[in-house]
Write a protein that binds this ligand. Structure first.
Ligand code: SAM
Length: 393
């Protein structure tokens, strides 16, 4: 006889129907967050794009599954899923996920086990048992599961992960970031971009220890969470190349100067612009956050879908495409105008102003008033000051 579940209600998302506890959100006995629908939609499209580019069938593990909604959506909405492994340590979650597997006609494809995530992943680390995709969707940080996920992936497989522990990743609790990710974070105006870079840096250094490399396909920050989707590749020389993309952020809180440098270039403690003291976040990912050929494929999949939040999702992927090759470490109009004590020009005016002054300039999804540019801080501030003066005149 199965475990007694609380009263349930059916929710519909993508192409699946899922039973979730009919209880108020904070006390729900099995976790379910409707706000993560966008993240699940985008992940479905990442898998569709990955499968379309690669061909073949997919084996997927979602070892922190709760109701099973994420993994079940993958099996129902992505073609060619031959195996889906779901697990959770909560007996109620396992019971509910089993009910949902049955409800969605996935018996024979999906299995649900009550087992600790690392243990499930370890059981698939032998070369002949490795998986095509692992999705880590934990409470807070995915750090405790990254190494076992990498070990369970075959060469060319996909690691997808969510992080919701913004305070450490954004430099509000740097000590926690140091403990959890082995990296120093900083609370800068572009903290969400830094959070994604720090998370990718952690995955890259963990992969390197296993002679593996990562290639970020799609990474973003949205609402309260960060998501990464990286392809993993086996081989010591690939891992060495990947390590070259680790580096340090040097940030001057006096003038706002920022730069990404290789780890070996770390020493200088003085800002080259104003002589102020340099603060450091390290190690972080210096490389691209998305693959410029992969994101358009995800965008196309979203465009073809009939997802409820399609408009928002397409807006996100369009911006990701725009900023795919933009310089890192964006500025924000809020911080610039606070420094200059001036009124705020529009984002479009600033982007145009920078471009007509000969700089690259792009919007960024990381901040509604963020600008990625190759202009140095003083040039960026000058363009804004001029625009503000014109506006006031
Ligand atoms: C954020 S929820 C998962 C949400 C789910 N993926 C979704 O899309 O709705 C995290 C789940 O991980 C489970 N969990 C926490 N630690 C675990 C561990 N070490 N191994 C397996 N499951 C774990 C919790 O019981 C919880 O159900």
């Amino acid at each position: 006889m199965g475990l007694a579940l609380p009263p349930l209600r059916k929710v519909f998302e993508g192409e699946v129907a899922i039973l979730v506890p009919d209880e108020p959100q904070p006390t729900r006995s099995v976790f379910y967050n409707p706000r993560m629908e966008v993240s699940r939609d985008i992940a479905v499209c990442c898998l569709r794009a990955y499968r379309r580019l690669r061909g073949g069938s997919l084996s997927i593990a979602e070892p922190l599954t709760a109701s099973g909604i994420r993994g079940i959506r993958y099996a129902k909405e992505v073609e060619g899923v031959r195996e889906l492994l779901l697990s959770d340590v909560s007996p109620l979650a396992v019971e509910l996920a089993r009910r949902n597997v049955e409800l969605n006609g996935l018996i024979g494809v999906a299995s649900v086990e009550m087992v600790e995530a690392n243990k499930l992943l370890a059981s698939r680390s032998a070369p002949s048992l490795r998986l095509d995709v692992v999705d880590l969707d934990p409470f807070g940080s995915p750090a405790p599961f990254i190494e076992s996920a990498l070990r369970a992936l075959r060469d060319g497989g996909l690691l997808m992960a969510t992080a919701t522990d913004a305070p450490p990743l954004c430099g509000i609790y740097p000590r926690v970031a140091e403990r959890r990710y082995g990296a120093r974070s900083l609370n800068v105006e572009y903290c969400h971009e830094l959070a994604v870079r720090l998370l990718l840096g952690h995955v890259a250094s963990t992969a390197a220890r296993l002679d593996m490399a990562i290639h970020p396909l799609l990474s973003y920050a949205l609402q309260h969470h960060y998501r990464i989707c990286v392809k993993v590749e086996a081989g010591a020389s690939k891992a060495d190349e990947c390590l070259n993309k680790l580096g340090a952020l040097k940030h001057c809180f006096s003038c706002g100067h920022r730069e990404l440098v290789p780890l070996v270039d770390l020493p200088a403690k003085m800002c080259p612009i104003c002589g102020g003291r340099i603060a450091v976040a390290s190690p972080i990912w210096r490389g691209a956050l998305v693959d410029p050929s992969f994101v358009p494929a995800v965008h196309e999949e979203l465009a073809r879908s009939s997802f409820r939040h399609k408009k928002l999702e397409l807006r996100l992927t369009s911006t990701l495409i725009e900023e795919a090759e933009a310089p890192p470490l964006h500025f924000t109009l809020d911080e610039a105008c606070r420094r200059l004590k001036c009124s705020q020009p529009s984002l479009a005016e600033v982007v145009m102003g920078l471009r007509s002054a000969g700089f690259k300039a792009y919007r960024t999804h990381f901040h509604a008033k963020g600008v990625k540019t190759d202009a140095a801080v003083q040039d960026f501030l000058y363009v804004i000051w001029r625009l503000a003066k014109q506006g006031a005149g």
